[in-house]
Design a protein around this ligand. Structure first.
Ligand code: ADP
Ligand code: ZN
Length: 526
């Protein structure tokens, strides 16, 4: 058989070998492929580098018709198309940066049914001309790559993605597969709702990346800390994330003065400057990319050996994505998060000031608190990070900073138990402030209205300051015993972790520096 449907009739495993040269599926690929082959809508959650592309490329080839792939970034599309063409797959990309003759060539091939897989940006896909042309074709599968872009809660929201909810009207009966490396349960629910596929099969891989060495340290003399982290990776590629454009410029200049091949990257660069910086990064030469979060999606250099955060990310999801750019080749890679109380208060302040709707602010706030909690983890940091995504690791990772150098702690079992039972008895609906108020017996209207002043936990923690309790809350979040971020920003117990503590089966060590530091910074408010 020739033409677009030449693989129809072959099994996916055959095509995996023949076209892609892989002897076997990896992880969830086989399950994802078979769901889509059966015509079902699917959501695939897999960390970066996990092999998401195969999940839609195989059904695109094996089902009759052309595969349609929605992708948010031109660079990303062009890379995928080039890789597929090398394998003999006729792939093409439709986006705003095409030359007009290229565009008409693709149109002709589309009309002739010659294209196997078409990558398209969401706005282009839903433009009347393209939609008209595509809806006349047989479509094998619609893949929505980087599907978290559809979620306003996500850290890479793309308003254009919202319009994808209309896909089933334009392409009735065509199975859809959404893919993302964002593991956060809330974003996942949002994707399913926004794509109108509530009954989709959800396949979620482990987000553990054992080759990433996770470490965090309080900020001291920042530049010295950065340089000493970079020193282990001379002649290699590293990324240093900063919180502002101006800071990337300053840090890059200062690194260059010290002889490092540093390059700033942020959204304020001209397209030419951006392209030059990306080109240098991709070329494989040694480089220290000093960047804002604008440097992100589609960055596909496999041998990044270190990712350093000079400023704390706004959520565990963003943090995970950013450190995930290290070690895509699977070799050990360092990460270092530098954090300070000032960062945290500044981030909280800006959130409070932000014009976002309250519901959105609550979610952003709970993510920020989870991020802060991560910095204060006393036990395995890798485990604490995965717990943010609802993933339980049975054993500590053994190689994060806390696994290697245990931190000074005190016995906080009693305090943890008090807090957990206060949350349980108040119905797992209230935020930290309210629960702490109950523990400290602080009279308030909501406490009285809900009868919380009659509970056995009322006032049992009044010997301790509010800031002490805040420290305990954050640490229990870090430990995975508490989750924040239900619809109302309330605290909930994570049963698996919380129950043994409540039953007295497990002791809780808390980080000394966390409750102390917190106490001193809040002295005025006692
Ligand atoms: P993601 O999109 O999840 O970041 P990719 O689809 O780019 O990941 O795949 C990551 C890498 O894994 C690629 O280099 C790809 O060639 C390789 N890969 C994917 N599937 C397999 C497989 N079944 N066997 C071997 N290598 C694979
Ligand atoms: Zn660890």
């Amino acid at each position: 058989k020739a033409g677009r449907d030449r693989f129809v009739g072959l099994t996916p495993i055959d095509v995996l070998g023949r076209v892609f040269g892989f002897p076997a599926f990896r992880g969830l690929q086989e399950r994802a492929v078979s769901r889509v082959m059966a015509g079902e809508d699917t959501l695939v959650l897999m960390p970066t580098g996990g092999g998401k592309s195969i999940c839609y490329q195989l059904p695109a080839l094996c089902r009759p018709g052309m595969g349609l792939v929605v992708s948010p970034l031109i660079a990303l599309m062009d890379d995928q198309v080039a890789a597929l063409r090398q394998l003999g797959v006729n792939a093409a990309a439709l986006h705003s940066e095409l030359e007009s003759d290229e565009s008409s060539r693709i149109r002709a091939e589309l009309a002739a049914g010659l294209i196997d897989i078409l990558y398209v940006s969401p706005e282009r896909l839903l433009s009347p001309g393209t939609l008209g042309r595509l809806s006349r074709l047989q479509i094998s599968v619609i893949a929505i790559d980087e599907a978290h872009c559809i979620s306003a809660w996500g850290h890479e929201f793309r308003p254009e993605y919202r319009a994808l909810e209309t896909l089933p009207q334009h392409f009735p009966g065509v199975p859809r597969i959404a893919l993302t490396a964002t593991a956060d349960p809330r974003t996942r629910d949002d994707i399913l709702a926004a794509l109108a596929m509530p009954h989709a099969v959800v396949l979620s891989a482990s987000f553990h990346r054992p080759n990433l060495i996770i470490a965090a340290r309080p900020k001291g003399s920042e530049m010295k800390q950065v340089v000493s982290a970079l020193e282990r990776h001379q002649g290699e590629a590293s990324i240093v994330y900063c919180g502002s454009r101006a800071r990337t410029e300053r840090v890059a200049a200062s690194l260059r003065e010290k002889g490092w091949p540093a390059c700033a990257f942020h959204a304020g660069l001209s397209p030419i400057e951006k392209r030059a910086a990306l080109h240098r990064f991709r070329s494989g030469e040694p480089i220290v990319m000093v960047a804002t979060i604008a440097f992100g999606m589609g960055i596909d250099r496999p041998d990044v050996r270190a990712v350093i955060h000079l400023d704390m990310p706004s959520s565990p999801e963003a943090y995970y994505q950013q450190i995930g750019r290290a070690g895509r080749d699977g070799l050990p890679s360092d990460t270092l998060l530098l954090y300070g109380g000032e960062d945290m208060t500044r981030a909280r302040y800006w959130l409070d000031q932000s014009a976002a709707p309250d519901s959105e602010k609550r979610v952003m706030r709970s993510r920020l608190e989870a991020m802060i909690a991560l910095t204060e983890a006393t036990s395995c940091r890798t485990r604490a990070l995965l717990a943010c995504f609802g993933e339980t690791m049975n054993e500590p990772c053994g190689h994060c900073d806390n696994c290697r150098n245990p931190v000074p702690t005190f016995d906080g079992t009693e305090a943890a138990r008090m807090l957990l039972s206060a949350i349980y008895r108040t119905g797992q609906r209230f935020g930290a402030l309210h629960v702490i108020g109950v523990l400290r017996g602080k009279v308030s209207e909501p406490a009285t209205r809900n009868g919380h002043d009659r509970l056995s936990v009322w006032g049992i923690g009044k010997d301790r300051s509010e800031s002490f309790w805040r420290g305990v809350v954050r640490q229990l979040i870090a430990r995975g015993a508490l989750m924040m971020g239900n619809e109302h920003g309330g605290l909930m117990l994570n049963e698996d972790v919380a129950r043994p503590i409540l039953r007295g089966e497990e002791d809780v060590r808390l980080r000394e520096d966390a409750v102390q530091a917190d106490a001193s910074s809040n002295r005025g408010s006692r």
